[in-house]
Unconditional design. Structure first.
Length: 330
């Protein structure tokens, strides 16, 4: 009983610490947004003052030029009535000479500068949010990594073309089919394999190296899934997976499938499951970025890790999927 109480107290402490970290990160983000807003408003106010000053100077110059033109027009009007042709010739050159006037059609208010200022401010804000988001995901990922489990591939579930390493940590697609017993738990023809151990409570986490591959499938499945013939990977059929196709097409296998836009190509993918919360999340471990989450799911059976290295794609996809040790740093 005392051990159970101690575990409960420890869990509550972890939850409070996790909540405090989240609150601190969001508070810091709000401060950053407010600071960027203040800086942007100050910059726009300075630009407004500069624009107003320029506008006033232009008005004064324009008024001065209008006055000068009116004076010249009066002089010309007077000369039009004179009969002193000699005098007219003497002043003609000075009246018709080029004045130092501004080319008004070339004047334009630089409104693009305000738009550029806004663009720069929003870019800085986006960079700040991305930085805070990376920090948040990194913190979450470290918390999830404490639930790392030792996953080993189950050869009895491996499709006959799949070749497993002796330690059960790697799987690749072979060139020829192997003669294996046609057990009910074995996938065929879909090139998949499951982890040996299933999970029916709590949280668990594992990481898989996908480096060098152009196709792969990863995730978890319920124990009673169909393993024979054509398979549709979707939650309603017991599949919570993401995949890569054609080297750069990432999708979450929802119904319908959801296209994923990733900033970088993941080299190692982390998979986290919270059974009671109905959560399956995928992360790019190296960049500490979130890939996708299935939320509000209802689990009633054991869940097993699923791996598919997919066919070799003409040799471009021959690298194996590798279950890697999790480096957890508190």
């Amino acid at each position: 009983m005392s051990r159970a109480c101690s575990a409960l107290v420890q869990a509550e402490k972890q939850q409070r610490r996790r909540k405090a970290v989240r609150v601190e990160l969001f508070t810091d983000l709000i401060r950053s947004i407010e600071r960027h807003q203040t800086e942007l408003l100050e910059m726009m106010e300075e630009q407004q003052k500069a624009a107003e000053k320029q506008e006033q100077e232009l008005i004064e110059e324009l008024e001065q030029e209008i006055t000068e033109l009116k004076m010249r027009n009066t002089e010309l009007e007077q000369l039009s009535h004179t009969e002193d042709h000699l005098h007219l010739l003497q002043i003609h050159s000075s009246l018709c000479s080029s004045r130092n006037t501004r080319n008004w059609p070339e004047i334009s208010m630089k409104t693009h500068e305000s738009l550029e200022t806004l663009r720069r401010a929003l870019t800085q804000l986006k960079d700040t949010i991305d930085e805070k988001l990376t920090l948040t995901v990194s913190t979450e990922l470290k918390w999830m990594q404490q639930y790392a489990v030792d996953v080993t591939l189950d050869p009895d579930t491996a499709q006959p073309y799949l070749i497993l390493s002796d330690d059960g940590k790697q799987v690749r697609y072979g060139d020829i089919t192997q003669k294996l017993p046609d057990k009910p738990e074995r996938f065929d023809p879909c090139p998949c394999v499951l982890g040996k151990e299933g999970f029916s409570l709590g949280r668990f986490y594992f990481e898989v190296q996908v480096k060098g591959k152009t196709y792969w499938d990863l995730g978890v499945v319920r124990e009673s899934i169909n393993r024979k013939g054509q398979i549709t990977a979707r939650p309603s059929d017991g599949y919570w997976t993401v995949w890569l196709r054609n080297g750069d097409e990432y999708k979450a296998c929802e119904d319908p499938r959801v296209s994923l836009s990733l900033r970088v190509k993941p080299q190692r993918v982390g998979v986290f499951v919270d059974y009671e919360e109905g959560l399956v999340s995928f992360y790019d471990v190296e960049s500490s970025s979130h890939i996708y989450s299935f939320t509000a799911q209802s689990f009633t059976e054991k869940l097993y890790p699923l791996f598919s290295p997919c066919p070799n794609d003409g040799g471009k996809n021959s690298s194996p999927l590798i279950i890697t040790p999790v480096s957890y740093n508190k």
